[in-house]
Design a protein around this ligand. Structure first.
Ligand code: FAD
Length: 283
């Protein structure tokens, strides 16, 4: 029964491309540990704003694929790149046997202006479908708490629908700490006639100030009670980690029990926090 429960769900882990050889060595060791413990459906590797990690993302994808034998899904964002540049990257991935792409608009690094042939993720989704048929499983991003630059929540949902109808197979959400927002979003997708797996993105809690800064930037809300609780630990990192693991594990448990199709862990290239949650879930 337990095994069946695990088999029904898809688990994945996200990395960012390291800048140094040492960072790559650590990442490969993290990937090996996560593979042995979680055996994820795939690992994914982010793509720096405006195409800034084009080579390092490709290298990380190739190395993780070779060393773990797992499927690896590169992220690819269209802002700041021309159609031809995107096509070159996609061709390289096709030749590398990559089967899944996390397809995004992305953001430009502040103050940078660069020519883009596509303005929104749905255009890149359509481009991949038109040019590569079913070569790639297309993942897109979803925002249960609404994308921070959206005109309003309803328009964001219409834009999400448009992106899915352009050819997406499944979606991964921005992280959240309020499960109502996720299930409300799922209900709205169903009402809009969308029938695709939408996997919650899970951000382990290990450090309060970094999490608060990052959440403000990406529009993920930390509920007031949770902020106050985390603030009360001040610099006591061990307690933050312990409380964070308990809280996020119980959130994941509820998500899975209430029908979420899996979990996508934002691992931050570390295995410890993700594995604590994983082990608490006793899958
Ligand atoms: P879109 O789906 O294009 O949406 C962006 C905004 O435009 C939304 O407000 C939407 O409502 C609006 N919009 C969409 N279509 C239209 C339209 N036709 N007309 C008007 N408005 C429209 N960033 C990175 O730089 N690298 C990464 O590797 C990366 N990985 C991510 C992975 C996940 C799972 C998630 C959730 C986010 C990731 N991001 C990454 C962040 C993401 O790039 C940003 O949130 C970005 O601002 C939006 O990208 P998107 O693909 O969601 O954009």
């Amino acid at each position: 029964m337990e095994t069946q429960k695990k088999l029904d769900k898809n688990f994945s882990c996200e990395f960012f491309p390291p800048k140094t050889d040492k960072g790559m060595e650590n990442l490969l060791s993290t990937a090996e540990t996560l593979k042995n413990e979680i055996n994820p459906e795939f690992f994914s590797v982010t793509f720096g704003a405006g195409g800034s990690t084009r080579e390092t993302t490709f290298n990380a994808v190739t190395k993780i694929q070779q060393s773990t034998g797992c499927d690896v899904a590169p992220h690819l964002s269209c802002i700041g790149s021309s159609k031809q540049q995107l096509k070159d990257i996609l061709d390289d991935y096709k030749n590398q046997g990559i089967k899944r792409i996390v397809t995004l608009r992305g953001d430009m690094p502040s103050g940078t202006v660069s020519q883009s042939d596509f303005n929104y993720a749905n255009e890149l989704v359509g481009f991949i479908r038109d040019n590569y048929n079913d070569q790639f499983h297309i993942e897109v991003a979803a925002y249960p708490e609404t994308h921070p630059q959206a005109e309003n929540a309803n328009q964001d949902m219409l834009n999400f629908k448009n992106k899915v109808l352009s050819g997406a197979d499944s979606a991964i959400t921005q992280y959240f700490y309020n499960i109502d927002s996720y299930f409300y979003f799922i209900d709205n997708c169903e009402k809009a006639g969308l029938d695709l797996p939408i996997v919650p993105g899970i951000m382990p809690i290990t450090n309060y100030s970094n999490l608060a800064r990052f959440s403000d930037m990406c529009g993920a809300e930390i509920p007031r009670w949770l902020r106050r609780k985390l603030e009360s630990y001040a610099d006591d990192t061990d307690s933050i980690k312990e409380f964070g693991a308990d809280f996020v594990s119980s959130m994941c448990q509820k998500l899975l029990e209430m029908g979420a199709p899996g979990l996508h862990f934002y691992s931050m290239n570390q295995s410890e926090a993700t594995l604590k949650i994983w082990n608490n879930l006793k899958l």
